[in-house]
Design a protein around this ligand. Sequence first.
Ligand code: IPM
Ligand code: MN
Length: 353
Amino acid sequence: MHKIAVIPGDGTGPEVVAEGLKVLEAAGDACGFNFELQEFDFGGDRYLATGETLPEGAIEEMKAFNAIYLGAIGHPDVRPGILEHGILLALRFALDQYINLRPVKLYPGVDCPLKDKGPEDIDLVVVRENTEGLYVGTGGFARKGTDQEIATQVSVNTRMGVERCIRYAFELCRERDMEKKLTLCGKTNVLTYAHDLWERVFNEVASEYPDVTTDYAHVDAICMWFVKNPEWFDVVVTDNMFGDIITDLGAMIQGGMGIAAGGNINPSGTSMFEPIGGSAPKYTGQNVINPLAAIAAVQMMLDFLGEKQAAALVEGAIVKALSSGDIKSLSAGKMGMGTREVGDLVAGYVTEG
Ligand code: IPM
Ligand code: MN
């Protein structure tokens, strides 16, 4: 029995989560596993009503679940940063979800903005460190509001944090068993302390994985290569900030936010799965938002929960839905069908097997 906490969140979050759960239900029936859902109302509306982002005890409560399924956090009436820090980053940090896993896979039938690139060229995974770097919040102001103001924001990189992230990436690369190539993405020519540590640890750990080929690319160059030669990449490991940036680029080359999902992983704790596109508040309640990213998040969650067969079934159903030609575009409002209808289509393919 898998215990899953559901946080539908803000904007279109609840709509896409409903479709993800529809597909989860179909997968459970098809593969014979059970799960128990409990919903939590964390998000902008709750914050506006109560002043609370995560209520007291919420973190402890989350630890009792095997996984968290998150819709989206972000509300037009709440100042940017409050919900992101108070809910999303708070959960990632407190639950020690130290990996942000972002598959970048172009499925057949999906429009790719890159000229002459197809599904055979775009199939990579970014392993983003998820609890350190510039996200720690170390720094501050001095002489605030004066002409001499100083603002610092320090990137925190610990030996332990860097090593566990890099080890995870090597293991994943071996397990994927594709090109078996792991690329470290950094900026060693400028970040001569932080990324010196990353490079040293990377090379050290690499010696334990002789079957994995290693490579290095500066973050600016990787932005170029993702567009020019995405087929060069298998698994990419990087720090929190760079990972945040290159995974949005990754989402675009796999067809956009309509299909991009991510996992916030604590390999021995409670992990959290989400579509990465945000709450898209202007589309709320119109049945036009694309639920495929949220459905792909369910696939990742099933994989993490050990339901490998169900995960493969869901991925197969996503591929069938995309190749059916029924979905005209992955963009909100342009799909040629509604949010619920896309959910029905995928759930139907899951049931058919
Ligand atoms: C993401 C998001 C978050 C991040 C924001 C909402 C804090 O952009 O999951 O990539 O920067 O990590
Ligand atoms: Mn981001």
